[in-house]
Design a protein around this ligand. Sequence first.
Ligand code: GSH
Length: 219
Amino acid sequence: MENIELFSARVCPFAHRSRLALMEKNLPFTLIEIDLRNKPDWYLQLNPAGAVPALRQGNFILCESLIINEYINECCAEPALLPATAQQRADARLWIDYVGSKFIPLFYRLLKAQKKEDQDVVAANLCRVLAVLDDELNRRKREGPYWFGWQVGLTDIALYPWFERWAMLEHYRGLVIPDNLTSLLGWIETMQGRDAIRLGSEPVDYYIGEYADYAVRAK
Ligand SMILES: N[C@@H](CCC(=O)N[C@@H](CS)C(=O)NCC(=O)O)C(=O)O
């Protein structure tokens, strides 16, 4: 198999998804860090949208973290990052869609909200989404600690990077994950124990510094 290159940025949770997928698949890859504040011309030529992540394998170039992760999953059979049946795979993708359409927008909306009254409204909505995730994980718990049983998968990977950045959100907006969401908290702890996550994690101070533009000087 041709070498995989991943164009990434440490700060970026979307790129984090694809780093995690490659590591969980045990695929060798070359990581190329892109400075998002000063993108090199060669990167803009390779990926005119200028966003990370992007994957290159020979002449093949792919953007969008979720599409990249599906591709990575198909590069080799084991370990499978999607469940065994077509119905379960549809369910996995539905939850990935929920993460993208409901959870992530509220995360950024809260981070960017400058007025206390706006922050309170968004925080309440975000807590409702956290409760939905907790309920779902609770319902699935008998099958194993991950979204689909005993093996980490693309749904876990699509969601986790924002929890690595949660302490930063808490720093700026004071929103703690409620104690009663024990299934969600248990899942986060399980994820934090994985090598792929421990080896690629960044300290909270790094995220606090990197997200200051969003939180303090929101556009
Ligand atoms: N939908 C894209 C989103 C990627 C994205 O927004 N990446 C950000 C960094 S976290 C980026 O590269 N933004 C372009 C820029 O900063 O100019 C994906 O899932 O890959």
